[in-house]
Ligand binder design. Structure first.
Ligand SMILES: Nc1ncnc2c1ncn2[C@@H]1O[C@H](COP(=O)(O)OP(=O)(O)O)[C@@H](O)[C@H]1O
Ligand SMILES: N[C@@H](CCC(=O)OP(=O)(O)O)C(=O)O
Length: 385
């Protein structure tokens, strides 16, 4: 199988990459951090011991932690009444976040380690100035020998601009600080060719050389009451990291000594090898950070030109415009059957594209009274999906 290397081949690559990893982001999900009594202290203590061990080996480590919402719910003994609204979730996060950090403070103090809390919203990473501030703060914390602990700032994140799941947040953090490895710890042993919590007849995948559509079809959402996104968001996170040249791991977070085992060469969980051809940071930004504001429906010729021949998108191939967007916004390009083929930064507003769609580039000036460029999306700003 091309998607899954033999255990032995994978073992060689993964061990080399574990040995070389100097900067590591570890993400832990609510599914392992919390149980029916709230935050599971034994799990947090085990993690703190393990992360302190990695830190003590001279590595720079960041922890991305979930668990605030689940912890907050438990703390006020919230009785579910069906649908939980966003303000309720945000209130749970506000209650639970301080308990979570207090538990980490106590657990890391036992190993003489200082920690720092960073709460991030999507806008903090999508805006260049704020993102640079986040990066500078993390780098300074590394210099101070402090372990940054990150969660989404749930209480202020508006619905449309949420990461929503910490897998995506963890992958973005990995990429902005150019970490070598993203380790995602969860309640299953790794990636399987089906959901192991539903189907007992599934097989584990140990090493993934490339995340193909075939693999993407094997994963589903979360089945737990507390998890968000399930394996779908974990796989997407692994893709985001490996596409930028890092490696990624998904494995069992409750297993005793999981990190020491991993770095010591134990064959556990699923390892994702870095892509050989690293995606440029600008294109990564377009594909994974910016949220599309609208879409363009293209004819077959335009799909072929941009996806098959690497050309820019011209107005002549655009059939329909969806949504409202301005110059520089991110827009999706759809084929006639609505399959997403690309995403890119647009040179004209939705109003203007509506007027010039289907026309030749030399007609733009006559219709709009100006022409900023021949292309509606230049190929340098276009990412084929
Ligand atoms: N192909 C798959 N392999 C492994 N787990 C899967 C797969 N498809 C769906 N899952 C689900 O993903 C869940 C882990 O994600 P999630 O519940 O969001 O945990 P966390 O809180 O750690 O983020 C598993 O418990 C499992 O039910
Ligand atoms: N920010 C939320 C976590 C959301 C989330 O991604 O949860 P999970 O799928 O358990 O990693 C919280 O602290 O509860």
């Amino acid at each position: 199988m091309t998607i899954q290397m033999q255990r032995d081949d994978g073992l060689y690559f993964r061990q080399t990459l574990f040995d070389k990893a100097r900067r590591v982001v570890i993400k832990v999900g609510s599914a392992i951090l919390t149980d029916k009594n709230g935050i599971n202290r034994a799990v947090v203590q085990n993690l703190a011991r393990e992360i302190s061990f990695l830190h003590g080996s001279g590595r720079e480590v960041i922890l991305v932690t979930s668990g605030a919402v689940a912890a907050g719910k438990k703390k006020i003994s919230f009785v579910p009444h069906g649908y939980i609204s966003l303000p309720e979730k945000q209130a749970f996060a506000a209650i639970g976040q301080s308990c979570l950090m207090q538990t980490y403070e106590d657990a890391f103090a036992r190993h003489g380690k200082n920690i720092a809390q960073i709460l991030l919203t999507y806008s903090d990473l999508a805006d260049r100035d704020r993102f640079l501030n986040v990066r500078n703060t993390i780098m300074t914390l590394f210099r101070f020998g402090v372990i940054p602990i990150i969660n989404e700032n749930d209480t202020v994140s508006v619905k449309e601009l949420r990461f929503g799941d910490n897998d995506t947040l963890g992958a973005l953090v990995t990429n902005i600080i150019e970490a070598d490895m993203f380790i995602c710890l969860t309640d299953v042993d790794g990636l399987y060719n089906g959901d192991p919590t539903v189907d007992k007849d599934v097989a584990p995948i140990y090493t993934v050389a490339e995340i193909t559509p075939e693999i993407e079809q094997m994963v589903g959402g979360s089945r737990s009451d507390v998890g968000t996104g399930g394996m779908t968001t974990k796989l997407k996170a692994a893709k985001m990291v490996t596409i930028r040249g890092g490696s990624a791991f998904i494995g069992p977070g409750r297993r005793q000594d999981i990190l020491q085992g991993l770095f010591g060469g134990e064959m556990v969980g699923t390892f994702f090898l870095p892509r050989r051809e690293k995606m440029h940071s600008r294109k990564h930004w377009i594909s994974f950070v910016l949220k599309p504001k609208g879409a363009l429906v293209l004819d077959d010729g335009a799909v072929q030109a941009i996806a098959g021949k690497g050309k820019s998108l011209l107005p002549s191939g655009i059939q329909a415009v969806e949504g409202e967007f301005g110059v520089g916004d991110s827009v999706r390009c759809l084929a006639a059957d609505r399959t997403a083929v690309a995403v890119g930064l647009i040179n004209y507003s939705s109003r203007d594209v509506e007027k010039i769609k289907g026309l030749k580039s030399d007609q733009i000036i006559g219709v709009l009274g100006f022409k900023d460029s021949d292309e509606v999306i230049h190929r340098d700003n276009l990412v084929i999906l």
